[in-house]
Design a protein around this ligand. Structure first.
Ligand SMILES: C[S@@+](CC[C@H](N)C(=O)[O-])C[C@H]1O[C@@H](n2cnc3c(N)ncnc32)[C@H](O)[C@@H]1O
Length: 193
């Protein structure tokens, strides 16, 4: 059992809650009223289900079968259609020019996978399609929470380069919280040009 299966199985509720990450909620006014949406590394579904609540035809994928099962449960609780399935986002094929919105919250890869995946995402967006991503900054590796392998993390210019082909509506690096709660986070909202 992978570590995320264990973590999700150990919690009868939802590890990250049932509401979307605050950045995904913040950028929702940019979303179109219809179209297909894909949430990568969807976990227990909080962000993907929110995309469905926004009126999008939403799907989401995660390596954790337990997470996918809970994402389906969350969609049922919220009364929306959300197609959740198990897949490795680093390996999965993505149809080109298909999605109006793609989201990814707190899923990290080292190079060369990071840049390859970023360009797969850009190719999978329709023209004017949106990518909304939340990533830990390399500084996070020295902080209490999050990944402790800095090679998995990238700074803002590096991520912007990886996602070339998008114009940036939001590109920010912010530090928040202190002590065990300290976070160094990158938030991106890009539109395919
Ligand atoms: C920190 S959790 C975030 C979950 C979700 N995005 C959220 O914000 O609630 C990271 C998730 O990434 C998933 N993950 C890690 N590597 C993955 C991969 N290669 N393919 C698909 N999912 C992956 C894990 O299973 C886990 O659910």
């Amino acid at each position: 059992m992978n570590k995320w299966n264990e973590r999700y199985a150990a919690d009868s509720g939802f590890v990250f809650g049932t509401e979307p990450h605050e950045f995904i909620r913040r950028v929702a006014p940019y979303f179109p009223e219809s179209g297909r949406a894909l949430d990568l590394a969807a976990g227990e579904g909080r962000n993907g289900v929110f995309l469905a609540e926004c009126g999008l035809q939403a799907e989401g994928t995660d390596l954790s079968a337990v997470g996918v099962g809970k994402a389906r449960r969350l969609a049922a609780i919220k009364g929306v259609g959300f197609h959740a399935y198990v897949a490795d986002v680093a390996e999965m094929a993505m149809p080109s020019e298909t999605f109006s919105v793609i989201t990814s919250v707190n899923c990290h890869f080292a190079e060369p996978v990071r840049s390859r995946l970023a360009q797969k995402i850009v190719a999978a967006l329709v023209s004017d399609g949106l990518f909304a991503g939340v990533f830990f900054h390399p500084e996070q590796a020295a902080l209490a929470k999050g990944p402790n392998d800095a090679t998995m993390l990238a700074d803002l210019p590096t991520l912007q380069t990886a996602f070339s082909g998008l114009e940036w509506l939001v590109a920010e690096h912010r530090r928040e919280g202190v002590g065990d709660e300290a976070k160094s986070v990158i938030c991106l909202l890009g539109r395919k040009v």
